[in-house]
Design a protein around this ligand. Structure first.
Ligand code: GZL
Length: 383
């Protein structure tokens, strides 16, 4: 047990440094460390040979320790039921979890990609119970239908941590780490109002490509944006799900370009991958979008590829959803390991992105919002 606690201490140090790096994404990048170039190739080879042997020895030692810890049952067994692999955001979320819950950090991770299949996700959770894992992490594909299986986890004495999306019909979990999706929707709406006023656009006719129906991210973003639309009397011409995928976004936008030709001036995509698909559809239909064009294109997630499209003048504004929650989930597990009570809710830090001409002051419920200019450095530091 002592070894495991040492491993946990090392993990906490790792998590804090990871969290500092990934959780708040520093606005500026640190200058790349410079190293003196070796004098000659021979000197370089000589310098590197012992280092390589040392590295190899270290890796062997670490592998031996991990195997021993595994054999002694000292690794913390974690089951993670992930939504799927539908988006760049999801890829970053999975990578973050697999990096944090690694054997080197003292964990034995059972990872299941549930491929956006609710039944498969419940099955994965039940398999973790059978495996008698120490903890279960769930990113719930949709927000309801969870009480039965969470009761089974409770009866098996396995604490559950929810990451990212929420469970709305049960509180049988010890903590949730994620984003305020309604705030993201409100931010997009209030920014649009401020930007439209700046541009002298008095009428908003919006088409929405929403995320997976019933996912808390979809529910929150729709609720927030629709609340602003009602407040200002905008026309939401249509809202159809693109299922958070590029193919879904393209399919819906192709239909929109036919059904609403010349009638819309705003497209809201509830994640970047839908926006990528929507852009392909609008390109094919000859619809101009982005700053200075006929259509304002709004997106969510602000993944690296999405910010590149902001910088290229394609996406007009991108509202971040931070996928790097794993270090904060690990802090919850470390508290539980230490017999402490973790916070029930932990919110991620998020930013609203645009180019300078599209950065306008706006408020959410009277609170002034900061926007972040998309620069090469910001893109470099993104996920
Ligand atoms: C939001 C997350 C959503 C992302 C999409 O927290 O669940 O699911 O916005 C992803 O990119 O597919």
């Amino acid at each position: 047990m002592k070894k495991r606690l040492l491993g946990l201490f090392l993990t906490m140090t790792m998590a804090v440094s990871l969290a500092a790096c990934g959780g708040s994404k520093p606005a500026e990048t640190t200058a790349a460390a410079t190293t003196a170039a070796p004098a000659t190739e021979a000197a370089k080879a000589e310098t590197e040979a012992p280092k390589a042997e040392t590295e190899a020895a270290k890796e062997t030692e670490a592998a031996k320790e991990t195997e021993a810890a595994k054999a002694d049952g000292k690794l913390i067994k974690v089951g993670f039921a992930q939504v799927g692999h539908e988006s760049d955001w999801r890829t970053a979320s999975t990578k973050s979890c697999q990096t944090v819950f690694s054997e080197a950090n003292g964990y034995e991770l059972s990872f299941v990609d549930c491929d956006n299949d609710e039944a498969a996700q419940k099955e994965a959770v039940r398999s973790f119970i059978e495996q008698e894992v120490d903890y279960i992490i769930i990113d719930p594909i949709i927000a309801t239908g969870w009480n039965t299986v969470l009761t089974e986890c409770e009866e098996a004495g396995i604490p559950v941590v929810i990451i990212d999306r929420t469970v709305d019909d049960s509180d049988k979990y010890v903590a949730w780490v994620g984003s305020n999706f309604k705030t993201e929707g409100l931010a997009a709406g209030e920014w649009l109002k401020a930007y439209a006023d700046k541009m002298g656009i008095s009428e908003i006719n919006a088409l929405v490509i929403s995320g997976s129906t019933g996912a808390s991210a979809q529910i929150g973003r729709s609720d927030g944006f629709n609340e602003v639309a009602e407040k200002y009397g905008w026309n939401i011409l249509d809202e159809q799900t693109g299922d958070f995928t590029e193919a879904g976004g393209q399919q819906v936008m192709e239909n929109y370009c036919k059904s609403y030709e010349g009638k819309f001036n705003v497209v809201v995509c509830q994640n970047d991958n839908e926006a990528f698909g929507a852009m392909t559809a609008m390109d094919n239909a000859g619809v101009k979008y982005g700053p200075g064009s006929d259509v304002i294109l709004i997106s969510f997630d602000a993944c690296t590829a999405g910010l590149k499209d902001v910088q290229a003048g394609k996406i007009t504004a991108d509202f971040e959803c931070n996928p790097l929650a794993a270090p904060f989930v690990e802090e919850v597990l470390q508290k539980l390991e230490a017999g402490e009570t973790p916070e029930k809710e932990v919110y991620m830090v998020e930013h609203w992105y645009a180019l300078p001409d599209q950065i306008v002051p706006f408020e959410i419920d009277g609170v002034a919002q900061e926007m972040t200019e998309v620069t090469d450095a910001v893109i470099e530091a993104q996920y």
